[in-house]
Ligand binder design. Structure first.
Ligand code: SF4
Ligand code: SF4
Length: 369
C-alpha cells in the first residue's frame, strides 16, 4: 500500500507513555493492563525514542502513564525532552508532587505545561473515582505546583459521578490562579469500558451539565476548553436556532490521530492516539518510529478514511446530524468495533443535538443550505 502525498512528515504531538504503573486506580482510566503486549521500555529505549522524535522535529511531547512521576528516571526523561527544541507536557495526578519534585520541575531548561487530573472537590467524590486517600495528596500537589508559578491546567473528566461539583471545582481552580480548565468526556476505552454505565448520562443530566458549562463560560469566556465546552456551545447555537453557523461538509475530519498526532505506549506500541492503544500500527522496538508513521498500513488506512462522508462512517449512517458534525472521536468505539473511524451508540454530539430537536438529515440539510 502506498502512502498519501499529503502525509505530514512527522506528527506535531506525541504522548509518550513512560510507564504503565500508577499509584491510583481510576474508574475512567483509558489504560488497562490487558492492552499491553510486552514489558515497559527501559530508560535507554525511551531516551532513544525521544531523540528520534526530536530528529524529526516533533513539536510537543507529553510524558504520560500510568503516573509518569512514579518512573524512577522521570527527570532524566524530562531533561532529555527539554534539551531539544520541543515543548514538554506532563500528564499527572499530582499526588506524588513533593517540594523536591517542584524544585526539579523548576530547574528544567524550559518550563513544562502540566495537565493535572482533578475529578472532584470533595474527598468522597474524588476518592470514589480515583481511590481511597488520594484526594488530600492531589490537593497538596496541585497547590505546590501553582504556588511555584508552574503552568498548570486542571483536567476534569465530567460524568454522572462528579457533575454536581463542577462549580466548586471551578472555584478551586480560580483560587489557584490557573488560566484554563479542560472539561473532558469519558471515553469507552481501557478500564473505563467496565464503568461505562456508572458514568453514563440520561438526557436530563446531560442537559444540566451543558447548562452549567454554559453559565461558567458566559461569566469567563476564556477559562474553559475541551469537549464539554464544544458541546455546550453547540447546544447554545441550536437553542438560538442558528444551525447555519454550524454548517460542516458532512465529512469525518474531527480526529488528528495518524495525521498530526501519534502516541507511543510504554511497551513500544505506536497508535494514532493515547486513548486507543489497541489500534496498533507498529512497535518502536522493532521498527523506527518514523517508518511506522510513514508506512504503517494501519496509519495509511486511517489517513485514507479522513474526509469520508459521515453517511458512510460506522455508527453515523442513520444519524440526523451529518451537516453540523465534524465526525466522531474514533477512540470511543474502537475497542468495541476495531473500526476506525466509528461512532459510539452514546455519541455526545448526537445526544446534545437531540436535546434540542429531533430533525431528519434531509430537513437539516435544507435548513442550513
Ligand atoms: S453519530 Fe455522532 S459523530 Fe456520527 S454524525 Fe451523528 S453526531 Fe456526528
Ligand atoms: S481518537 Fe479521539 S481523542 Fe484521539 S485524537 Fe482522535 S478525536 Fe482526539
Amino acid at each position: 500500500m502506498k502512502n498519501t502525498k499529503q502525509t505530514p512528515s512527522a506528527p506535531n504531538f506525541v504522548p509518550l507513555m513512560i510507564t504503565r504503573r500508577c499509584n491510583l486506580h481510576c474508574l475512567h482510566c483509558s489504560a488497562s493492563q490487558e492492552q499491553f503486549l510486552r514489558k515497559d521500555m527501559t530508560t535507554n529505549e525511551l531516551l532513544s525514542t525521544i531523540d528520534e522524535l526530536a530528529a524529526y522535529k516533533v513539536f510537543r511531547i507529553a510524558l504520560t502513564g500510568g503516573e509518569p512521576l512514579i518512573h524512577p528516571d522521570f527527570f532524566v526523561l524530562a531533561n532529555a525532552v527539554t534539551k531539544h527544541p520541543m515543548r514538554l507536557q506532563i500528564n499527572t495526578n499530582a499526588t506524588l508532587v513533593t517540594s523536591k519534585v517542584v524544585d526539579n520541575l523548576k530547574q528544567l531548561r524550559r518550563p513544562p505545561f502540566i495537565s493535572v487530573s482533578l475529578d472532584g472537590i470533595t474527598a468522597e467524590t474524588y476518592n470514589r473515582i480515583r481511590g481511597q486517600g488520594s484526594f488530600i495528596h492531589m490537593k497538596r500537589g496541585i497547590k505546590r505546583l501553582t504556588a511555584a508559578g508552574l503552568n498548570v491546567r486542571p483536567f476534569v473528566v465530567l460524568s454522572r459521578l462528579n457533575y454536581q461539583e463542577l462549580p466548586q471545582i471551578i472555584e478551586f481552580a480560580n483560587s489557584l490562579g490557573v488560566r484554563q480548565v479542560t472539561l473532558s468526556t469519558p471515553a469507552a476505552c481501557g478500564r473505563a469500558i467496565r464503568y461505562e454505565k456508572e458514568m453514563s448520562l440520561e438526557p436530563d443530566l446531560h442537559r444540566k451539565i451543558l447548562e452549567t458549562v454554559l453559565a461558567i463560560d458566559s461569566s469567563n469566556p476564556t477559562l474553559l476548553d475541551g469537549p464539554w465546552l464544544d458541546l455546550a456551545r453547540l447546544y447554545h447555537t441550536m437553542k438560538e436556532g442558528k444551525l447555519q453557523e454550524r454548517k460542516t461538509s458532512g465529512m469525518s475530519n474531527n480526529c488528528n490521530g495518524a495525521w498530526t498526532k501519534a502516541a507511543i505506549a510504554s511497551d513500544g506500541t505506536v497508535a494514532p492516539c493515547d486513548m486507543a492503544f489497541t489500534c496498533r500500527a507498529g512497535n518502536v522496538r522493532d521498527t523506527s518510529f518514523i517508518k511506522i508513521w510513514r508506512d504503517s498500513p494501519v496509519f495509511i488506512a486511517i489517513r485514507k478514511a479522513r474526509g469520508m462522508p459521515l453517511s458512510q462512517v460506522h455508527g453515523c449512517e442513520n444519524c440526523s446530524w451529518h451537516y453540523i458534525c465534524f465526525g466522531p472521536c474514533p477512540a470511543g468505539n474502537y475497542s468495541r468495533t476495531s473500526i476506525w473511524p466509528s461512532s459510539s451508540p452514546g455519541c455526545k454530539v448526537r445526544a446534545t443535538c437531540n436535546l434540542v430537536c429531533n430533525g431528519t438529515n434531509r430537513l437539516i440539510k435544507e435548513i442550513i443550505s
